[in-house]
Write a protein that binds this ligand. Structure first.
Ligand code: ATP
Length: 310
């Protein structure tokens, strides 16, 4: 059973359906990625799960209990790391942690002891006594993350924790998150970075315009594209539509078409060399055909018609 289950979650702001009938679950000990571009509805989803925002419809069920029927239980189980930093710049790193520990219901002694542990895990012990305003961007992100961990949540909600920091700081945070997972913490991880979703998450839900378009492991999502390889054909395709090629749509599914490139998957389990022959025999001046493994971006492209990297 899922540690977190979200069923038919819906939220509109005036005419904008920010989150539109979203359902998914996060299982104990897994990292579930919610992948989507800016404005897809990730933050609104997290806000509803953490009780900051009332859903218009749908339900959030934490460890088998609807959020609304026992918010205190839900809050004991969850830790929330908002995208906007929720730390006090004038306080030291340690004071921030202890403050959030007390907010989470720890005694003063427990908050102190846990703050020391979290500072060590975040490799911030040496800076513990400095005001947070003197920290680098990456260090602030780490303290922000640490503030949600004082009460040892079983489920951590992380809203784009690596936005706006340098690559080294990003790697540190990703390493830290892997460590949390290794100790059994389940994580809901929102991101618009494909590589993070690919490398970190056991399962990924793809969200766009408030709707969850598909979900699964990377392998399952790749299989939706019809196998484990894509063909990339380069040619002058400016005024050409594959619709005009006899039999093409029976044999290939178009993933992306630009003026220069056609990305397709083969329909059915066909021998790749036959597919290559078919593609080279098309009535266009083919400059190159290559094979590649489908990426999460290809899945996103097929689902939305847009490139998440743009
Ligand atoms: P980002 O990565 O940019 O934070 P996101 O996927 O988290 O994007 P949301 O912040 O959830 O997306 O926004 C989803 C949609 O809802 C957007 O169109 C946004 O403009 C709109 N929206 C979010 N909060 C509000 C609000 N309080 N009032 C009005 N519209 C809102």
């Amino acid at each position: 059973m899922g540690l977190l289950r979200v069923e038919g979650l819906f939220k509109a702001f005036a005419a904008i359906r920010a989150v539109d009938s979203v359902s998914f679950e996060v299982r104990p000990g897994e990292i579930y990625g919610l992948l989507g571009p800016n404005g897809a509805g990730k933050t609104t989803t997290i806000s509803m799960i953490s009780g900051l925002l009332e859903p218009d419809a749908g339900e959030v069920i934490v460890d088998g209990t609807p959020f609304g029927s026992d918010p205190q239980k839900a809050k004991r189980i969850m830790g929330v790391v908002p995208q906007e930093l929720a730390i006090y710049e004038e306080l030291t790193g340690r004071e921030n942690l202890e403050f959030w520990g007390r907010m989470a219901g720890l005694s003063s002694g427990d908050a102190k002891a846990r703050a020391s542990e979290v500072l060590a895990a975040l490799t911030l012990t040496e800076r513990a006594k400095d005001a947070v305003k003197t920290y680098s961007g990456g260090m602030k992100r780490r303290i922000n993350l640490g503030c949600a961990l004082l009460h040892r949540p079983k489920l951590l909600l992380l809203d784009e924790p690596t936005v706006g920091i340098d690559p080294q700081a990003r790697l540190n945070i990703l390493e830290f998150i892997r460590g949390l997972r290794a100790t059994g913490t389940a994580i809901l991880y929102t991101t618009h970075y494909l590589e993070e979703a690919e490398s970190l998450c056991r399962r990924v839900g793809i969200i766009d315009h408030g709707k969850l378009l598909a979900e699964g492991t990377l392998k399952e999502l790749q299989e939706r594209l019809g196998g484990d390889r894509l063909f990339v054909l380069e040619a002058d395709l400016k005024d050409i539509s594959p619709d005009s090629w006899a039999g093409f749509h029976q044999r290939f599914r178009v993933i992306q078409k630009t003026e220069r490139q056609l990305v397709v998957s083969a329909i059915g389990s066909r021998d790749p060399s036959d597919c290559l022959k078919d593609l080279l025999g098309l009535p266009v001046q083919v400059e190159n055909v290559t094979l590649k493994r489908p990426s999460l971006n290809d899945v996103f492209l097929q689902l939305t018609g847009r490139d998440l990297r743009e």
